[in-house]
Design a protein around this ligand. Structure first.
Ligand SMILES: [Fe+2]
Length: 313
């Protein structure tokens, strides 16, 4: 079983936290021991077996119309009251609390950036798909590119992919897989998760490896669930917000530096934002739960400012 090493350079400027919340950083993202390990491993085993290029394309088609539900952002947050993330080794309480914990951590450290506070609240809302009957392995957890060989830092890399058919594919099992070098993450098809995945266009190579599929009249970019949902509903947030939400679960890249061969300049420019966000996504997790009722008016104000009304999910 692979040990997810945790060198953690992002913690150098860690914000002040409540003593209760600031538990030992080495105790987060522990994929080798702990009371939730069996559940976490089982979720990743299913994910790494079934997340294939084919599967991801079908999910794009299934959820691309945003006809699943119509609701406000706050109604979606409330839906997460019913979801405990089975891929998360750190917490065993409903995801709605995690949304407020993350948002409040960001608010303390970046009081002037209200859009960033809202990103904390929004970042995992795509997990409502787990409540639409999608299995958790198709919604939660770290993401990784499909269509190329999984790199070393993917969680449980060495013991969960053996039954994934794409790893028998002569193209998909190579380091670059179906992609062009430095095509940009926006052109990479990520495993289907709550923060979405990227496009089908330029940069992706056909099964022969010869020409980019986008150049051969491939379908337009498919839906990336949360990211595309925000675009679809015209969220008035800055590009950094969209990028953070799109790639915050891509730990093998933003935390461990893998998949550099797929990155372009935009990705390198955005990386510090994703890493800054990650501090709060990860290290605000605490069993002392926030007073959601007291916080709600502030975040309702941000929702009204940046993404008001009844939205298409
Ligand atoms: Fe999160």
């Amino acid at each position: 079983m692979k040990v997810a090493a945790d060198p953690d350079p992002s913690l150098v400027s860690q914000p002040d936290m409540e003593p209760e919340a600031a538990k030992d950083k080495d105790s987060f993202r522990n994929y080798t021991s702990g009371p939730l390990l069996d559940r976490v491993f089982a979720t990743y085993k299913l994910m790494h077996t079934w997340q294939t290029v084919d599967f991801v394309r079908r999910k794009h088609a299934q959820f691309g119309g945003f006809s699943y539900k119509r609701m406000t952002v706050m109604e979606a947050v409330d839906m997460l009251d019913g979801l405990v993330d089975e891929s998360d080794p750190d917490v065993d309480f409903p995801n709605s609390f995690h949304a407020f914990q993350t948002a409040e951590g960001i608010r303390k450290a970046h009081p002037d950036k209200d859009w960033f506070h809202l990103v904390g609240l929004l970042h995992d809302l795509g997990k409502v798909l787990a409540l639409a009957g999608e299995p958790q392995w198709a919604v939660v957890g770290d993401t990784f590119p499909v269509g190329c060989r999984p790199q070393a830092s993917v969680v449980f890399r060495d013991c969960t992919f053996q039954d994934n058919p794409d790893l028998q594919d002569p193209l998909y099992s190579t380091e670059l897989g179906m992609y062009q070098p430095h095509c940009g993450l926006e052109n990479v098809l990520m495993s289907w998760g709550h923060d979405g995945e990227a496009g089908w266009g330029r940069g992706r190579r056909g099964p022969s490896g010869a020409a980019p599929l986008g150049a051969r009249g491939d379908p337009p970019s498919p839906t990336e669930y949360m990211y595309r949902m925000m675009k679809f509903n015209k969220f008035a947030l800055p590009p950094e917000a969209f990028y953070i939400i799109r790639f915050h679960s891509f730990y093998p890249w933003h935390k461990f530096g893998d998949y550099q061969q797929l990155c372009n300049e935009q990705d390198l420019a955005m990386l510090p934002w994703v890493q800054e966000f990650n501090k709060f996504d990860l290290y605000t997790k605490s069993s002392s739960l926030p007073d959601v009722a007291a916080l709600r008016p502030y975040y309702q104000g941000l929702v009204d400012k940046y993404c008001p009304g009844i939205l298409c999910w």
